[in-house]
Write a protein that binds this ligand. Structure first.
Ligand code: A3P
Length: 293
């Protein structure tokens, strides 16, 4: 079988108890030894929480709202995925090594797996959290279209797997709680997908301020327009259509799927919702983390 066929529907491996794509696990030593630079900006999220959206916003800010500059390459090359590795493709760490400062680095790692150099260098970090129910729905569709995942089974089966933390990157609950705690001691701007939907201007201005930039109103307006769901859906450098079709099949479900809050209401049955709520409460007990559903 070719590399492409090999990359399809593999079982997950694990690293320190966190389920992860087996190709990422194979090259884990490179990730662990990753050397962050003090001016790196880390974008951290649990999968399907708005990673691509915040990445495009940050790259637009770095380029003073010049959308042509942001169209220089696909988002996954402008903001490399640090722990990514796949035979036949350049890995995230290799890609990052060739990038000039100041780099924007994407990760989905839970706090305990983040390479220590990020903490040592005191890098600025932006974490985006999205409510667990919409993440589960978005992740299910992503499992269907992106062939590096195991077969998700039915929606109900996938929901059980998600709640048990047996999906890639493990438990959503532990991920958000872990990053929420870290923000007390490090330079982490903690954002919510739902807030970004509710008031993109307010949230984008928080990012601009966090990055220590000052931008004119016209520039901010350009950034808001360019990073709207409709614009990003039709932009080939942000909609992942530049990925090979053996890896992502947009005819199954587009990467830019719905881009809304509360789509879970179209998927959760009343029974699933009750079980989920009870489990959620138990998992989040003792944490001050709150998000809009
Ligand atoms: P849905 O599947 O609910 O549509 P990630 O980039 O972390 O993989 O997250 C992908 C999710 O973010 C998808 O959610 C996608 O549609 C949504 N998304 C991407 N860009 C967006 C934007 N500009 N505005 C709102 N949602 C966006």
């Amino acid at each position: 079988p070719s590399i492409m066929e090999n990359a399809q529907r593999q079982e997950l491996g694990s690293i320190h108890g966190i389920p992860l794509y087996s190709y990422f696990v194979e090259k884990w030593a490179q990730v662990d030894a990753f050397q962050a630079r003090p001016d790196d900006l880390l974008i951290s999220t649990y999968p399907k929480s708005g990673t691509t959206w915040i990445s495009e916003i940050v790259d637009m800010i770095y380029n003073d709202g010049d959308e042509e500059k942001c169209k220089r390459d696909a988002i996954f090359n402008r903001v490399p995925f640090m722990e990514m590795s796949c035979p036949g493709l350049i890995s995230g760490t290799e890609q990052l090594a060739t990038l000039p400062s100041a780099r924007i680095v994407k990760t989905h790692l839970p706090v305990q797996l983040l390479p220590v150099s990020f903490w040592e260098q005191d890098c600025k970090m932006i974490y985006v959290a999205r409510n667990a129910k919409d993440v589960a729905v978005s992740y299910y569709h992503f499992y269907l279209m992106a062939k590096m995942h195991p077969d998700p089974g039915t929606w109900n089966e996938f929901l059980q797997t998600f709640m048990a933390g047996e999906v890639a990157y493990g438990s959503w609950y532990d991920h958000v709680k872990g990053w929420w705690e870290k923000k007390k001691d490090y330079r982490i701007l903690f954002l919510f997908y739902e807030d970004m939907k509710e008031d993109p201007k307010r949230e984008t201005e928080k990012v601009i301020k966090f990055l220590g930039k000052e931008l004119k109103k016209e520039v901010v307006d350009k950034i808001l327009h360019h990073t709207s769901f409709q614009e990003m859906k039709k932009n080939p450098t942000t909609n992942y259509e530049m990925m090979p079709t053996w890896a992502m099949d947009h005819s199954v479900s587009p990467f830019m799927r719905k881009g809304m809050s509360g789509d879970w209401k179209n998927f959760f049955t009343v029974a699933q919702n009750e079980i989920f709520d009870a489990h959620y409460e138990e998992q989040m007990k003792g944490s001050t983390f709150r998000c809009q559903m």
